[in-house]
Design a protein around this ligand. Structure first.
Ligand SMILES: [Zn+2]
Ligand SMILES: [Zn+2]
Length: 343
């Protein structure tokens, strides 16, 4: 089968013939129909990281069709069924696995980073970490469940978003998904700050009331207060670079809440007194549970979510590597997807 293979930082992914996967017990093989490119993929291929082993096939935002079923799979896992899944290969027996939190399994292996993912014609999935999709969900929707789940999980981790003034720092796919769910869950007013014009403008399509270019908090704050009627009760940090948590503290109202969603693997500094004087609650969150996937699939099946505009480009293998590299520089894309069958 064809797959996009990582070799080393600085070298674009190459499209190669690799072995077809075979399913082990409790696994299925899917023909990948769509797989989104994520910021995590871009970061993982950069010099400083080192998590990726040469020869890895990435891709963790996938949807596809079952083509082969391994031993010991329940009877509803059969060829032709649509499926997506958490990008986890885990034991299936421990408490986190049994309760749909495979990322907390001591033996979790990340699919698409530490094990072959969806930038390929076929991939294997553990059925216990996967979700069967109704036929009414299309491939683009199916591949958007993972990035939407990141936002849903973050919003669910807030104490209560209803009636709140919300500020979201960053309008990348994560910030946009957070905005979407804040609206869905009943936030009163949503402001998004984002330096890229087209991304900022697209925030209103994701439920935001107001988009602002990012700037120095002292200058931006009066505009937020004017638009929202007061300082933000809840600030979602969706950028993930050092300095952003301190900025979120500056923006937050007295007794406010900060949810840190932007993934940052570098040291960061913060003046605790600034957060103490406001008696803030700061919560760090990551990824999602299986329940987030189930909820989104359920809403999509009932046509309750209008999200396909999140996908702003589809490419086949012929232009995939080029498209992947193009996302390293500022751009106005929300989500580009691979269609292994051709764009
Ligand atoms: Zn991702
Ligand atoms: Zn486990």
């Amino acid at each position: 089968m064809r797959a996009a293979v990582f070799h080393k930082p600085g070298k674009p992914l190459t499209i190669e013939e690799v072995d077809d996967p075979t399913p082990k017990s409790g696994q299925v093989v899917i023909a990948v129909r769509r797989c989104g490119i994520c910021g995590t993929d871009l970061h993982a291929t950069e010099e400083h990281d080192g998590l990726l082993v040469p020869g890895t096939v990435m891709g963790h935002e996938f949807a596809g069709e079952i083509v082969e079923v391994g031993a010991n799979c329940a009877s509803d896992w059969k060829p032709g069924r649509k499926v997506t899944g958490l990008p986890s290969h885990s034991c299936g027996d421990c408490l986190p696995c049994k309760t749909g939190k495979p990322l907390q399994c001591a033996n979790n292996i990340i699919v698409g980073l530490q094990r072959a993912g969806g930038f390929a014609e076929y991939m294997t999935l553990d059925t216990h970490n996967s979700v069967l999709l109704p036929d009414s969900i299309d491939w683009v929707e199916g591949a958007l469940i993972e990035p939407l789940a990141v936002g849903l999980h973050a919003v669910n981790m807030s104490k209560d978003i209803r009636g709140k003034r919300v500020l979201i720092l960053g309008a990348g796919p994560v910030g946009l998904a957070v905005s979407f769910w804040c609206r869905f869950m009943g936030a009163f007013h949503i402001t998004v700050t984002e330096p890229e014009t087209l991304r900022r403008e697209s925030a209103t399509q994701f439920g935001a009331d107001f988009g602002l270019s990012a700037g120095i908090p002292a200058e931006v704050m009066p505009e937020i207060v004017r638009a929202a009627g007061g300082p933000p009760d809840v600030v979602f940090e969706c950028v993930g670079v050092p300095g952003m948590i301190a900025e979120a503290v500056e923006y937050s109202s007295q007794n406010g809440e900060i949810i840190v969603v932007g993934f940052c693997a570098r040291p960061d500094t913060l003046v605790p007194a600034a957060a103490m004087m406001k008696e803030l609650v700061v919560r760090f969150v990551v990824a999602y549970d299986k329940a987030d996937f189930d909820m989104i699939a359920g809403l999509m099946a009932r046509d309750k979510l209008d999200v396909t505009h999140m996908c702003t480009g589809t490419v086949g293998f012929d232009t995939f590597s080029e498209a992947f590299e193009s996302l390293r520089t500022p751009n106005d894309h929300c989500k580009i997807m691979l269609n292994p069958g051709g764009a």
